[in-house]
Design a protein around this ligand. Structure first.
Ligand SMILES: Cc1cc2nc3c(=O)[nH]c(=O)nc-3n(C[C@H](O)[C@H](O)[C@H](O)COP(=O)(O)OP(=O)(O)OC[C@H]3O[C@@H](n4cnc5c(N)ncnc54)[C@H](O)[C@@H]3O)c2cc1C
Length: 379
């Protein structure tokens, strides 16, 4: 019996990743934040540990975990370092998942083994400089040319762009939006420098430029015109995974607030003795628990083959909203020290803000929920 109704396998996997993330990833998090460098060696190790292909099929080097276990892994990795969780998620939950679910046998043989083992890294390119919320209307175009397509356009804010070898991108084709597999080094494919951003340091974000990049037709992922549908479906489960990463960061902030409030004294008492401190902590703990329950429930529904468009948007929306408040509370509990990089709470806050935006803003999550409840009305 356990309060999250996890199976023994799920509990074992959770215990193992908790231990690994606490012992191996957490000690690196502060330096990663200050240097903003991608830890290649750590990611290779994540591949050896089976985390880079956690939810992918064993036939292609994955660990074959269910979505619940994938969420528990991402929660613990993000709790240890938001940046490592963010890069792991783009690689595993988006790129490897899309290839696993929509790739041909040839594509899987060519790319998926290398992605699940950590020989290669993946980036997922949906957002363009002109917009991410309306991601189904890319300006990037792919025009047929003999036995290939010629791709022109650009993508923005692409996690892992700076270090990835394999890129899944969308482009407008006849009949809709299609998805393509691109490789670093293809002529005309330029990768911009790493962007300077508020948080998620160590998880590089980059623009991608396509200047008439010739991509073999066999690199189309799925059927022509079905690319956005595939990406949107991947994002349904992707949102649950993101919700679990947000829960990880919120849990880290909550634990930091509990520890500090028991240690810090004012007026000759630990500050935890003041209701002005303990009640916000109690409220935050309740919110984190609710976010985790929403997340695990959506993941379990996915594992049972149920549609989760609304539940995944609810989990991501709720987690993002409460996590920012939880991290803010943790900074407040730390007083002036909370504003300093000596304590991790300001990093949690900067990292978690990313998820108000990435993989669909909170407004877009509410749009998805409302459409499920009320039907689709023109914008
Ligand atoms: C650190 C980071 C990493 C990222 N990684 C990736 C990645 O790996 N791959 C990828 O493809 N993208 C990635 N993104 C992009 C991210 O998904 C987009 O930034 C996000 O979807 C929002 O798009 P936008 O920035 O173009 O904002 P816009 O779409 O221009 O939105 C601007 C504002 O308008 C609001 N808005 C827009 N439309 C509506 C509406 N209909 N109703 C109400 N409000 C609306 C939005 O909520 C937002 O507040 C990343 C972003 C960040 C910050």
């Amino acid at each position: 019996m356990n309060k999250y109704h996890l199976t023994n396998d799920q509990l074992d996997a959770w215990k193992a990743v908790k231990k690994y993330a606490k012992g191996r990833i957490e000690p690196l998090a502060k330096e990663l934040d200050s240097t903003d460098e991608f830890l290649l060696e750590l990611f290779k190790e994540l591949g050896e540990m089976g985390y880079l292909g956690a939810t992918q099929s064993v036939d292609f080097g994955g660990s074959g975990c269910d979505a619940v276990t994938g969420c528990l892994i991402l929660e613990e990795v993000s709790k240890a370092s938001g940046a490592v969780g963010n890069s792991l998620n783009a690689h595993m939950s988006l790129v490897a998942t899309l290839l696993d679910e929509h790739g041909t046998l040839e594509q899987k043989n060519k790319y998926l083994f290398d992605l699940t083992s950590g020989k290669k890294f993946g980036a997922f390119g949906l957002t363009e400089p002109s917009g991410g919320s309306n991601a189904g209307a890319p300006k990037t175009k792919a025009v047929p040319y003999g036995d290939s397509y010629v791709i022109s356009g650009s993508k923005a804010f692409i996690t892992n762009g700076a270090i990835a070898d394999v890129f899944l991108i969308t482009a407008k084709t006849e009949g809709g939006v299609s998805a393509f597999i691109l490789e670093r080094g293809m002529p005309g494919f330029q990768i911009g420098p790493s962007d300077h951003k508020m948080g998620m340091h160590g998880s590089p974000t980059t623009s991608l430029y396509f200047d008439e990049v010739r991509v073999p037709a066999e690199n189309m992922l799925g059927e022509q015109g079905t690319g956005f549908k595939a990406f949107a479906k991947a994002l349904d489960c992707g949102r649950v995974k993101v919700a679990s990463m947000i829960v990880g960061l919120a849990q880290a902030a909550l634990e930091a607030a509990i520890e500090y409030s028991n240690e810090r004294t004012q007026f000759d008492k630990p500050i935890a003795a003041f209701q002005g401190v303990s009640f916000p902590i109690a409220e935050a703990a309740t919110q984190v628990e609710a976010a985790r329950l929403l997340t695990l429930n959506a993941a379990r529904m996915y594992d049972q083959g149920m549609p989760i468009k609304m539940e995944s948007a609810m989990a991501k929306y709720f987690a993002a909203e409460i996590a920012l408040k939880v991290c803010d509370m943790a900074i407040t509990v730390h007083g002036g020290y909370g504003y300093y990089a000596d304590f991790p709470v300001e990093r949690y806050y900067r990292d978690v803000k990313c998820y108000h935006i990435a993989e669909g803003t909170s407004q877009i999550q509410r749009l998805v929920i409302a459409r499920q409840l009320l039907g689709r009305h023109p914008l």
